[in-house]
Ligand binder design. Sequence first.
Ligand code: PMV
Length: 330
Amino acid sequence: MKTRYASATARARINLALVKYWGKRDPALNLPEVGSLSVTLSSLGTTTRVRFDAELDRDRFVLDGRETTGPALQRVVSWMDLVRDLAGIRHRALIESHNDIPTSSGLATSASGFAALAVAATRAAGLTLPTEGLVGLARRGSGSAPRSLFGGFVEVVAGRATDGSDYRVQRIASEDHLDIAVVIAVTEGRPKAVGSREGMERTRVTSPYYAAWLAQCARDLPEARQAILERDFSTLGHVVETQAFRMHAAALASDPPLLYWDDCTIRVLETIQRLRGEGVECYPTMDAGPHVFTLCRTSDALRVSAALRATPGVHSVLVEKPGKGVELLS
Ligand code: PMV
């Protein structure tokens, strides 16, 4: 079914992986080796407007007010070709995106970015896709992006089919299901040295712990899912913390090694240990960057954020809650 839209704007929030995605079984289709589980956050994210324009001779991607070039632009242009093929149009587009947080800092703006882009670009192209269509498109942009289409707690079912036909993404619980906060200690805003795409491929090819990591994910995912469904915060926190360290252990064992942390990451981890010694139940996790995401009960969020803010080297502290899925704004 086709509807005409000159332009469209969508907003999506970042999501935090509780059981991580780190390894592809098909890099071209961006299919994960195993499933993952995340929580979509409440406020940090990306707002994107797409306008197809017969006058343009090339796609333009303006990110946070800056015209992009090189690989950042090329990644979006190749992705826009998928939408053009589906819609049967040739027009180029102006894509204007705004991130609430520094791009490529390890705070996973590619997830909210491609989720917002999938909704805005398909609408602007006059397409009305079912959810699976949006999921497939968002995945081609970034493996973690389909999770940001949904609110609350979200699971990726990796599937086995070579064409990805049994890959699925589903919401397993709503945003108000579990009374948790995610306190983010931002250590620095500089771009990642090795992006997640290259990092996970290097881990797959060179890390002797890659197979063990995958086997562990297959055990962690059902445990985390059950803990969420049973509102068992302690079990969930335990899985989340061990998961993160195991992902980084597999990455560290790559050749050349992948170290995503900085000195401040370690200091934040020490602060969390101290808080736990004082009886505050909180659990850290890190993605492909130095920032630390701490899961705690909402009632402890103020105490945790104060302690993280007082940790030397912490640039800023953000407090998030589970949030909503993607929204079409206009
Ligand atoms: O979606 P990508 O290619 O940016 O990879 C995300 C990788 C991690 O953030 C480290 C883990 C995850 O599941 O989000």
